[in-house]
Design a protein around this ligand. Structure first.
Ligand code: ADP
Length: 200
């Protein structure tokens, strides 16, 4: 299996890139945000429970997201691989994911860290708000999500760097260019079993 994680600040393009990579390499796209929004839309108990966290821009409790991700990972275990999009989002989640995968005899191969300037993120999200209809795509909630990212998620960089798994990608380039660079790095990894150390 080829198991990847993609993370970065809100609006960095991880959803778009995940879909493109999943398509190119036949991977399963596991988006924690989509899983949660789906539950909210259905009006399930879980959806009603997480609604306020998601709409206010806070992380939902680890126990909820972990259960959901484990269940879906098991569903995808015989696939070509999984791209985890939006998960893990904290150190606890990262450690738990490693433990879970190890128990199943699996591991993460590469962790894609998307780099985008704050002003660009803000422009993208306010632009997206009109189409996405997402309640968390407002200026105020964007600020909360940014703060949550900096406080709880950005530390994943150190965690995965220590495992030599971090691929840093300049996410300011056009979508196709970013995808091509990531694909290059994936092909390189498959050939050499090594992650590019430079920012691409
Ligand atoms: P974005 O990265 O653009 O902010 P996502 O779709 O990845 O959007 O996530 C939307 C929201 O869903 C988050 O702000 C958070 O409330 C919730 N969420 C998604 N993934 C997780 C996670 N791994 N842990 C906790 N909460 C999560």
């Amino acid at each position: 299996m080829l198991n990847l994680v993609i993370f970065g600040p809100p609006g960095c393009g991880k959803g778009t890139q995940s879909a493109r990579i999943a398509n190119k390499y036949g991977l399963m796209h596991l988006s924690s945000g989509d899983l949660l929004r789906n539950e909210i839309e259905k009006g399930s108990d879980l959806g009603n429970h997480v609604k306020h966290y998601v709409e206010k821009g806070f992380l939902v409790p680890d126990s909820i997201i972990l259960k959901k991700v484990y269940k879906n990972t098991i569903r995808f275990i015989n696939s070509a691989g999984i791209i985890f999009d939006g998960f893990p989002r904290s150190l606890v989640q990262a450690v738990m994911l490693d433990k879970f995968l190890n128990k199943k005899g699996l591991n993460l191969n590469m962790v894609i860290h998307m780099l985008v300037d704050r002003s660009e993120l803000f422009n993208r999200l306010t632009g997206r708000a009109e189409d996405s209809g997402r309640k968390d795509d407002t200026e105020q909630i964007f600020r909360v999500r940014m703060r949550v990212y900096e406080k709880q998620t950005h530390c994943l960089k150190e965690y995965y760097s220590a495992q030599n798994k971090i691929l840093q990608v300049n996410g300011m380039a056009p979508v196709e260019e970013v995808s091509a660079k990531i694909a290059n790095a994936i092909d390189y990894y498959r050939e050499k079993n090594e992650v590019f150390s430079d920012v691409i």
